[in-house]
Design a protein around this ligand. Structure first.
Ligand SMILES: Cc1cc2nc3c(=O)[nH]c(=O)nc-3n(C[C@H](O)[C@H](O)[C@H](O)COP(=O)(O)O)c2cc1C
Length: 353
């Protein structure tokens, strides 16, 4: 494979493309779906959804569904919501049982519940406080510690502030960071400002990874090759094209087939991707059932996945409506099979959120 070495190599990460934390999506079944489509020679970091440091210490691993991991799962990065050592320390202890590659601290979540604990995006408002959270996490973690943050607290990006803020994280010992290059008020809509991450990565010694609006393998490769950031973190597009890491690896010269697909190369054309999308959704249904049973919970997870991924399908709304109307998990699976047979689809390269 063409060399794609960035500063993440300092942390022994050779493949600088990652899959983001997403509540309701980044569970064991989704992570396994991504791994099914990833060549075995590729070690990609995949995040869990954000996990509350107040709940983690009392959680039982065999019961808490958001802590389920696959038997051979590695390169896992659990994401922590927290700000106090008395919760962070026992949370890390619990997370170490999952054999994580690293621990990430959330400094971007704008949800009210998160804000009421003074964590998530609120940490972004006070660099000393945020740096202290990094220090405490580092002190308690034997694995690399990263931060995922937003590019601004309000509706604008302030590069000077971000420079000071990320310098404080660096000073506190953070090993690497991800910038979601949209400010808080922009939520997940519209274009992301990749130039800002480019500027910041020049200023930092630690690796800086870009996130936001990466929809295709080319977007991800451009970020690393042209914008020269240290990594590209893919979020929603990884639901529509769970084979995106395979496409990236293939474009960079990796000839290995994916772990769990018979195809010699990733789907490339819109038609191939449209066909593979339904194979992926069926496989996802199978994995949901394996990990969570044919339950109401699996049905909700399936609906949510299709809700997030179907905008990339040319007529995805119709598919989503049909699945959304299902009352039973088995009914949804039957409809997916019937729909896939009757409706050849194409996947669009990019959509506007
Ligand atoms: C359904 C959903 C759940 C998310 N949950 C998290 C989360 O748990 N932690 C986090 O840091 N970001 C979370 N995010 C933000 C994503 O990680 C990412 O920053 C955002 O979607 C922008 O990337 P994209 O434009 O490629 O989707 C979530 C986003 C979505 C759509």
């Amino acid at each position: 494979m063409n060399s794609m070495s960035t500063r993440l190599k300092q942390l022994r990460i050779d493949f600088p493309f990652l899959v983001a934390p997403m509540v309701g999506l980044s569970h064991v079944a989704f992570r396994e779906l991504i791994r099914v489509y990833t060549p075995p020679s590729i070690d990609a970091l995949i995040f869990t959804e954000m996990l509350s440091s107040r709940r983690l210490p009392s959680e039982r691993l065999e019961r808490a569904e958001n802590l389920f991991v696959a038997e051979n799962e590695s390169y896992l990065v659990p994401q922590l919501l927290g700000n106090e050592e008395r919760f962070i320390a026992p949370s890390i202890e619990k997370l170490l049982e999952l054999r994580p590659w690293g621990i990430d601290i959330n400094m971007g979540c704008p949800k009210n519940k998160t804000l009421s604990h003074n964590w998530g995006v609120l940490l972004l408002g006070d660099k000393n406080y945020a740096a202290e959270v990094v220090r405490v996490t580092k002190k308690n973690s034997p694995v690399p510690v990263s931060v995922k943050l937003r590019a601004g607290m309000g509706d604008k990006i302030d590069l000077n502030y971000l420079d000071e803020f990320t310098a404080a994280l660096e000073e506190a010992g953070v090993d690497w960071m991800t910038i979601h290059c949209r400010p808080r008020k922009q939520k997940h809509h519209g274009k992301a400002d990749w130039e800002t991450v480019q500027e910041l990565s020049k200023k930092r010694k630690v690796p800086v990874v870009a996130n936001g609006d990466i929809q295709t393998a080319n977007d991800a490769i451009d970020l690393v090759q042209k914008f020269r950031v240290d990594g590209a973190m893919i979020a929603r597009a990884a639901t529509a094209r769970p084979w995106i890491l395979w496409q990236i690896a293939y474009a960079l010269g990796c000839q290995d087939p994916a772990r769990g697909r018979a195809l010699p190369r990733p789907p490339l054309s819109p038609e191939e991707e449209g066909e593979e999308y339904f194979c992926a959704v069926k496989r996802f249904g199978f994995l949901l059932e394996r990990y969570f049973g044919p339950s109401e919970n699996s049905l909700q997870r399936l609906k949510f996945y299709i809700g997030v991924s179907s905008p990339w399908l040319m007529f995805g709304h119709d598919f989503w409506k049909k699945i959304h109307a299902c009352r039973e998990f088995s009914e949804a699976i039957d409809r997916i099979h019937a729909y896939a047979e009757a409706n050849p689809q194409i996947l669009q390269a990019r959509v506007s959120h």
